[in-house]
Design a protein around this ligand. Structure first.
Ligand code: AOF
Ligand code: ZN
Length: 353
């Protein structure tokens, strides 16, 4: 077994916290003695115990004497300050662990290398950067949020075999059972999901998570002139929803979960919206269409990955699908469809003030 194998296990454990830990990172940890995992843990809930704490607490009584002879693997640099919980570096020192292997640094300003420094100063061997370039790292949401001052952004769309996203004014149903499940899994994991006016009007989507365990995301609709009707699925139910509009137009339609966010629809609209999301500690956002909205995000460089479902259907004509370019991270078969995930090589930070 290699460092990479154990780090993959940390990543898998970390993801069990998806949808429960934001704005904290998903983090997983394993404790290994001579090739045998003696403890495993992950950060389960925002404000609650960190992965390292759960990992060390999980070691069985008969193995506890092995803790100080073991290597601790963590998907993120251990924290070193008192937040909602005590510093994990203290726990590691107290446990007399002599070797720590991490994937990437915690970009939180109070940590950012200080965790590693504290451990090294105490004589602990720290190996950094294991699987640091892997796709879908569990710390991606949090570290993007901190370093780019905006949520991690996924562009998500389906396209026909001849490159169309749909037909103007008409709903075209591309997804099969698997891609639909995957979309709902994403809704459980991402903090927020956004669509433009045309998609809201044409598809009347609910953007809720109905087919995967977990929460539903914050829904955001760009609706400059308040065209989305009050009985649209998006404005119904108590799922938190933001309607981004130029003017609320004196609408008296309001519920506890609905917020009208008035923003000028000028060239800085996305900057203003992303700043608002940052302020509300939204660390991840799916942009689910349509083509115009996705292109706006692409033009600004405000995207981190694109998840494209390629369907075998041919439409012949219609709305051309966007063509984000970057490194291909993954390609999966989903029944007859293919899901391709691309990483933006130059994601832009938010520098609007
Ligand atoms: C870790 N292990 O499992 C997680 C960490 O307010 P708190 O106590 O939850 O601490 C927040 C800090 O801990 C912040 O730097 C965040 O990135 C990091 N999260 N750190 O060592 C973990 N979830
Ligand atoms: Zn910690």
């Amino acid at each position: 077994m290699t460092h990479e194998n154990f780090m993959h296990r940390c990543f898998d454990l970390a993801r069990l916290g998806a949808g429960h830990v934001s704005p904290n990172p998903m983090v997983g940890s394993v404790l290994v003695h001579e090739g045998r995992i003696i403890g495993e843990g992950w950060h389960k809930e925002y404000g609650k115990a960190h992965a390292e704490v759960n990992c060390i607490a999980a070691v069985r009584e008969e193995d506890r004497h092995l803790i100080e002879k073991s290597t601790l693997y963590v998907s993120l640099e251990p924290c070193c300050f008192h937040g909602k919980t005590p510093p994990c570096t203290n726990l590691i020192l107290r446990s007399n662990i002599k070797e720590v292997v991490i994937s990437c640094l915690d970009e939180t300003p109070a940590v950012r290398g200080k965790g590693v420094e504290i451990l090294r100063k105490a004589g602990i061997e720290v190996i950094e950067g294991v699987l640091a370039d892997a796709p879908f790292k569990p710390s991606d949401f949090r570290n993007t949020y901190i370093t780019k001052q905006r949520p991690f952004i996924q562009l998500k769309f389906a396209q026909s075999a001849d490159g169309y996203m749909g037909v103007p004014g008409k709903q075209v149903w591309f997804s099969n059972h698997f891609s639909q499940l995957l979309a709902h899994k994403g809704r459980a994991e991402f903090d927020a999901i956004l669509v433009g006016t045309n998609t809201a009007l044409t598809d009347n989507p609910s953007l809720s998570n109905r087919f995967w365990p977990g929460k539903s995301p914050l829904r955001i609709v760009l609706d400059r002139e308040r065209q989305v009707l009050n009985d649209a699925h998006l404005l119904r139910s108590d799922q938190p929803t933001w309607v981004v509009c130029e003017k609320q137009l004196g609408s008296d339609f309001t519920t506890d979960s609905l917020r009208f966010l008035e923003l000028g629809f000028d060239e800085h609209l996305l900057e203003k919206l992303l700043a608002e999301l940052f302020h509300h500690r939204i660390t991840s956002l799916v942009v689910e269409g349509g083509a115009t909205t996705i292109r706006h995000f692409m033009e600004k460089g405000f995207w981190d990955e694109a998840a494209m479902i390629n369907n075998s259907l041919r439409l012949g004509s219609g709305i051309p699908a966007p063509t984000p370019t970057g490194d291909e991270l993954a390609s999966f078969a989903l029944e007859g469809d293919t899901l391709t995930v691309i990483r933006n090589q130059q994601p832009k930070p938010l520098n609007f003030v």
